[in-house]
Design a protein around this ligand. Structure first.
Ligand code: ZN
Length: 363
């Protein structure tokens, strides 16, 4: 069985690298890509295609369990056991990887991707070597990098790398000569020197549920914007260690939470439709809005804890964007919740936010 042998191979390579805790998930999708030598692709905007760090993102324990269960159903299927449509949906759902929101999740992804590259290309390939160097420098500078990167920027780090991996695989696929490998370490310099480096996500991923409004430059209220600057980030990280020895940098150029990602070629705006403001925004949600958390992270963490976003009285999931952030988009899947809440609905959403709208997930 192809997938299982892939799983074994990945585990074996991880073992030789001392990375057994970082074995990438041998999903059906990944197996297909590898057995079909489908590394190169011409669409840089497709984060699911190709071989790059987005495909080895961190999974929570619960998400790993779900994937494991779904894959054993898949293995059964391949042996001819009957399956239901539900099985296929579960498999598809569990194969989806998420975005990293913390240094830990990002570093996990990089180590896991090391295992994958070593498995695919071996230990001496220049691309493998370039990646090994990058990862070891990243790990050595984690503490400093953490001062410059907020929860929303880790996905952009992956995007920066993904563009280079995808471009390299594509070029190498086209050309008969050896294409020089990307300089991944340049990213570290750019971040630490506060040079501009943040790419935009492809339009279809520029979802308001992924990035909070301020990162998309839509309604950046001053206090929320500050949440991402190194100085405030540093103070929140070190609030318990008053005697910080790190050199304090002048409170100068806040690395701009990326400028409004181009309202842009191809029309991200078309996809989500026009902006809809909540004219009766309830002040009870202000404290949650001010946390500046990516809604997708809030939802994911809550779902993992079996505390998914509740429904309104019409059995439609509450639209966090509309009620907590104060605006949404025409093409939101929860437009039936773009209305004022009845008292019981309001109380239900506030109670849920109190428990679940937190950086670390539900209490
Ligand atoms: Zn909405």
């Amino acid at each position: 069985m192809e997938r299982k042998s892939m799983e074994e191979r990945l585990r074996c390579v991880a073992d030789t690298l001392g990375l057994l805790d970082y074995v990438p998930a041998a999903t059906a999708g990944l197996t297909k890509k590898i057995s079909g030598c489908d590394f190169s692709h011409f669409d840089l905007t497709d984060l699911e295609a190709g071989i790059h760090p987005f495909i080895t993102t961190y999974r929570s324990l619960q998400s790993r369990t779900q994937l494991h269960n779904a894959l054993s159903v898949y293995d059964d299927l391949r042996e001819g056991t009957s399956a239901t449509l539900h099985n296929f949906q579960a498999l598809q759902e569990s194969e989806k990887s998420g975005f990293p929101y913390s240094m830990m999740e990002c570093t996990y992804c990089f180590k896991s991707f090391r295992v994958l590259l070593h498995t695919l290309l071996g230990n001496v390939h220049p691309l493998t070597n370039a990646w090994d160097t990058f990862v070891s420098l990243w790990i050595g500078r984690e503490a400093r990098l953490a001062e410059y990167l907020g929860p929303c920027q880790f996905a952009l780090v992956l995007r920066w790398l993904q563009i280079r991996f995808s471009a390299w695989f594509t070029d190498q696929h086209r050309e008969p000569v050896m294409i020089s490998v990307p300089d991944f370490t340049g990213l570290l310099t750019k971040i630490l020197y506060e040079e501009s480096w943040m790419p935009t996500l492809p339009p279809r991923y520029q979802n308001h549920s992924f990035f909070p409004a301020r990162v998309l430059g839509m309604s950046a209220p001053a206090p929320a914007t500050r949440a991402l600057t190194p100085s405030t980030r540093r103070s929140s990280l070190r609030s318990t260690t008053p005697t910080s020895t790190a050199p304090r940098r002048p409170a100068s150029p806040a690395p701009a939470p990326s400028p409004a990602p181009a309202p842009a070629p191809g029309g991200a705006v078309q996809g989500r439709g026009a902006r809809v403001n909540n004219s009766s925004f309830h002040a009870a949600f202000t404290p949650f809005r001010q946390l500046g958390l990516p809604l997708m992270m809030v939802r994911d963490r809550a779902r993992e804890a079996n505390r998914g976003v509740p429904n309104n009285d019409d059995h439609v999931e509450f639209c966090l964007s509309y009620h907590v952030l104060g605006f949404c988009w025409e093409n939101c899947g929860r437009t039936q919740d773009h209305r004022s809440h009845r008292p019981a609905e309001h109380a239900r959403l506030v109670a849920w936010c109190t428990d679940c709208y937190r950086e670390g997930g539900p209490l």
